[in-house]
Design a protein around this ligand. Structure first.
Ligand code: PXG
Length: 459
């Protein structure tokens, strides 16, 4: 552990000199100096200036059980003492890998019974690309290679995962996508739905998939991938008609369904998986983040029997794997994390108690505020759409920087609330948040909205 031996200014100087940050304008950061987060407890993080900040983002959508949980720390320590590392390549396994896969099989949707480990959501999605293409070639359909994703979809930052996702700035930076990736629109009723009802729009958005499959030729399409609720794309929860129609279309054209559960998994939407909340029957699913509450990096691909059995029966092998696939300490932490989620009935609490309280409290803020066009999301994921004019659903233009301004006002009020997608502010707190924390969060968010609205002359 690095003791607090330097001043904030010294840290900022060294950060400027030696540390390159992801998804960050380096010049702007250098000018203001990085915020140094030194420690955390429960649902609060603390910076080197002594500020106590309510973490409305659970780190980066991951710290489900909150900070400072002794059970997770002890699980890692104990495992490090007994067996800090061994691989699963040489016809071998370690106990925590086996135990975790077994526990996951009890939680995942019916038929998803095998798990391939990775260390991040991006890696796990790359694994899915390789598994799916291998599966189709084993079935004598090697041309079924294309993945269809969605605009504003986020599936990670590796070359393949960023091609699979639908983040325009990521695509623009690389100039070209990798071949064999295509996209349809994100199912955001507020910005794309026009005069349709939410349900009508859900069907329309899903049917874009059918058109895309027909355009590409079903013989060339391997899978559709989607987050049950789009997270980084702006907390977009689909209309109720959307996923059933997607599922029907995929089955009709023999296209696999991949649920990216990296954000929705392990309770965020009030069920163990977003697939449960939206009645998705995934052939493969990606999980990471809240799987270990972020204490150590770990991810997994859940594989349905109908996919696994084809690969298993072929007698061939997938030429794929990572040195740290199923790191014993990360698996131990994930097991301890699942134990807490189960023992404390946290997922049930999100569904029946704190989730509904969170939503109704934030809805009250949204309903009264001229800056907020809609509140969307599910469970403990909330997304506020920032608008110039509610009557015409007029969303701020990107260059107006409304969401960035709002983030700064939130931080000044010691709340982490962050911009995502199209001028949207997201809250996705630790699942152990209490009603008092929700009240504090709503109050601070409202103040940030007030100050942002004032800065645009809307209040
Ligand atoms: N899928 C989804 C749905 C994600 O949200 C990944 C895959 C990739 O996971 P890794 O572990 O490789 O980062 C993610 C990650 C943001 C933000 O700005 C979101 C993520 C990562 C970084 C930033 O909201 N999600």
């Amino acid at each position: 552990m690095v003791e607090q031996v330097r001043t904030t200014q010294q840290w900022q100087g060294l950060d400027r000199a030696h540390h390159m940050h992801p998804f960050t304008d380096s010049k702007a950061l250098a000018a203001r100096g990085t915020r140094v987060i030194t420690h955390a407890e429960g649902v609060y993080i603390y910076d080197s200036e002594g500020n106590k900040i309510l973490d409305g983002m659970a780190g980066l959508w991951c710290v489900a059980v909150g900070y400072g949980r002794r059970e997770l720390i002890d699980a890692a320590t104990k495992q490090m003492e007994v067996l800090p590392y061994y691989n699963s390549f040489f016809q071998s396994s370690t106990p925590t890998q086996i135990e975790l896969a077994h526990r996951l099989s009890e939680l995942t949707p019916a038929g998803v019974n095998h798990f391939f480990y990775a260390n991040s959501g991006s890696e796990a999605n790359d694994t899915i690309i390789r598994l799916v293409r291998y599966y189709w070639s084993l079935l004598g359909k090697p041309d079924k290679r294309t993945f269809i994703g969605r605009t504003y979809g986020y599936h990670g930052s590796t070359v393949a995962a960023s091609s699979m996702g639908g983040m325009a700035p990521m695509h623009a930076q690389d100039k070209k996508l990798l071949p064999d990736f295509a996209h349809i629109s994100h199912p955001h009723w507020y910005s794309l739905g026009g005069d349709l009802t939410r349900e009508e729009f859900g069907l329309k958005a899903a049917r874009e998939l059918e058109a895309k499959i027909l355009e590409l030729g079903a013989d060339n399409v391997a899978a559709f991938i989607g987050e049950p609720v789009q997270g980084a794309g702006g907390g977009i929860d689909p209309p109720s008609t959307y996923w059933p129609e997607i599922q029907r279309i995929c089955r009709k054209y023999d296209v696999l369904v991949v649920a990216d559960e990296v954000i929705c998994g392990f309770g965020r939407t009030g069920n163990w998986f977003g697939s449960d909340t939206y009645q998705i029957q995934p052939d493969l699913m990606t999980m990471a983040k809240a799987m270990s509450s972020g204490y150590l990096p770990i991810a997994a691909v859940g594989i349905h029997d109908r996919i696994f059995n084809v690969i298993h029966e072929s007698g061939g092998q997938i030429h794929h794997g990572y040195t740290y696939s199923g790191h014993p300490a990360a698996c131990a932490v994930a097991i301890a994390n699942l134990d807490i989620l189960r023992k404390e009935e946290i997922v049930e609490r999100v569904r029946t108690e704190i989730g509904p309280y969170f939503r109704s409290t934030l809805q009250e803020v949204a309903d009264k505020h001229p800056l907020i066009g809609e509140l969307r999301g599910a469970g403990l994921l909330a997304a506020f759409q920032l608008v110039k004019d509610r009557a015409t659903r007029n969303i701020f233009a990107p260059e107006e920087d409304a969401a960035i301004r709002c983030r700064e006002f939130a931080l000044q009020n010691n709340l982490i609330m962050r911009p995502a997608g199209r001028q949207t502010m997201v809250l996705s707190p630790p699942l152990v948040i209490t009603r008092a924390h929700v009240d504090e969060m709503a109050d601070k968010a409202k103040r940030a909205f007030d100050e942002t609205a004032k800065s645009f002359g809307l209040l």
